[in-house]
Design a protein around this ligand. Structure first.
Ligand code: NAI
Ligand code: CS2
Length: 447
């Protein structure tokens, strides 16, 4: 079988061919992983197709490994996206920079008007110095020197206030003159991004080759659903993402909280308590599905506001249906990774909100206990704080809770001091240690 490329596109069914062929590369993307390829790149291609404005080709950059560049470059940066049974080759990515390539020059190019990022939650840590953001700042410096015009920089990672968070980290790395230029020329809109995109497997690549009739080493598999809410605050021009289904709004926060807490918080609950290998299997367990509903209804939904007129009940039902999708082989291990960077916005912020109102967030506390069990018992812990999280798996629940609550980067100083929270997590961990997750959830279900 031949490899996917512009030269072999004619072998592919017309309905699966790219919708657009950009002439100019107006977008630079940092962290060209699976999610970007199935989300922003798809919106951008649809925006070009809807308007005929072909200035929005994407130059991806993957500065930590050459893997994506090695896969996409021989394919002219084309790759297939499968959502359910629908397959299409996406044409918006035009180039992929590998480590060592001149990213700053791309960021300083006048045709670049937008930069997007998916560098994972840990890409925004202050310690060690954030290297992707360091490279972004070098690019901004080059752009200021070249007087190349305004730029909009959009974090598409699952963080609260991702725009302001990124702007703050950039500011910390700028000298005064650059900071002034950034203040006048750069905007950092906030976004809520949503589409479940599991890491591609060998079987996915084989399946894509069978469907397309050509070999595609950049393929991604996702769900039909996609959502993108963007704060309408741009420094200059942008792709017509609104014509591709994105929502441009004044305030992203209500959507972002809802998604991070219900979807991502629900995902983390599956990761630490279901015992399943894949998300959809967890949903087949009635006791677990019941627990998930209680977590959402009792502990997470009451912390959401600003959603007047929005059908939250329907949103939650749709999440349960999306999680149950048997067509997505979404490994819970992928979600369980980097928990120290995910729990705060997904579950600890809502726990704070509930505690402040005098409520006991017991379902959240049980997931936190599940995470504590995970970090103390996993043989291969995938987390930037792994060295500090690992501990004696035979320690008492109280000792483990004490040790982990003291990690301020995760729990702040407030949750460590909160007696109600501490007691709930300790009780949860005692139950999990004594009976295991399945029996604990069954007992709660009955009680
Ligand atoms: P991926 O593993 O395919 O790609 C991750 C990218 O981040 C790679 O380019 C990698 O080089 C880069 N990266 C990893 N660690 C980094 C660090 N410490 N500093 C800078 N860059 C780093 O993952 P995927 O699926 O593309 O997801 C990336 C992020 O996108 C997620 O962490 C999340 O914030 C966001 N996202 C993902 C969704 C999904 O379902 N996969 C959906 C919604 C958002
Ligand atoms: C997941 C998310 O990996 C994880 O932690 O919860 O990446 C999730 O798939 C997306 O946010 C869905 O939009």
């Amino acid at each position: 079988m031949v490899r996917l490329s512009r030269a072999t596109l004619s072998r592919i069914a017309p309905a699966a061919r790219p919708l657009a062929e950009p002439r100019v590369t107006g977008v630079v993307h940092l962290g060209i992983g699976a999610f970007h390829r199935a989300h922003q790149a798809v919106y951008t291609e649809r925006a070009m197709a809807a308007t005929g404005d072909d200035r929005w080709g994407i130059c991806g950059a993957s500065q930590r490994s050459t893997d994506v560049a090695d896969r996409l470059r021989p394919q002219d940066c084309l790759y297939g996206v499968r959502a359910g049974d629908e397959v299409r080759v996406v044409g918006s990515v035009r180039d992929v920079l590998a480590p060592g390539d001149d990213l700053a020059a791309r960021l300083a190019a006048p045709e670049t008007a937008v930069v997007t990022l998916t560098i994972t939650e840990k890409g925004y840590r202050r310690d060690p110095p954030p290297t992707a953001i360091g490279r972004l700042v070098s690019g901004l410096r080059a752009r200021a020197a070249a007087d190349a015009g305004p730029l909009t920089v959009i974090s598409c990672d699952n963080l609260p206030d991702n725009g302001a968070t990124l702007a703050g980290l950039v500011a910390e790395l700028c000298e005064p003159a650059l900071l002034e230029w950034v203040g006048q020329n750069v905007r950092f809109p906030a976004t809520m991004v949503d589409r479940i995109v599991p890491a591609t497997t060998r079987a996915d690549l084989d399946d894509m080759a069978a469907r397309l009739g050509v070999i595609d080493l950049g393929a991604v598999v996702t769900e039909p659903f996609a959502q993108w809410v963007i704060e309408d605050s741009f420094a200059g021009e942008r792709p017509a993402w609104d014509r591709a289904g994105a929502l441009l709004v004044g305030d992203v926060r209500p959507y972002e909280r809802m998604k991070l807490r219900l979807l991502n918080g629900g995902h983390s609950a599956i990761a630490y308590l279901s015992g399943a290998a894949h998300v959809s299997e967890a949903m087949g367990d009635a006791a677990f599905a019941g627990f998930l509903r209680r977590l959402m209804d009792d502990d997470l939904s009451p912390t959401l506001d600003g959603l007047e007129g929005f059908d939250l009940a329907e949103y939650k039902e749709s999440l349960l249906t999306r999680f149950a999708n048997p067509g997505l082989r979404h490994r819970v291990a992928q979600i369980a990774a980097d928990g120290s960077q995910k729990l705060p916005q997904r579950l600890l912020d809502p726990a704070r909100d509930r505690l402040a109102g005098g409520h006991e967030p017991r379902w959240i506390a049980l997931v936190v206990a599940g995470w504590m069990r995970h970090v103390t018992t996993s043989r291969e812990l995938d987390d930037p704080l792994a060295g500090r999280l690992r501990g004696d798996a035979t320690a008492t629940a109280a000792a483990t809770v004490n040790r982990l609550l003291a990690i301020e980067e995760v729990f702040g100083a407030d949750l460590r001091e909160n007696r109600v929270f501490r007691a709930l997590v300790t009780d949860g961990l005692e139950r999990l240690n004594a009976d295991g997750a399945a029996a604990t959830l069954r007992a709660l279900d009955a009680g």
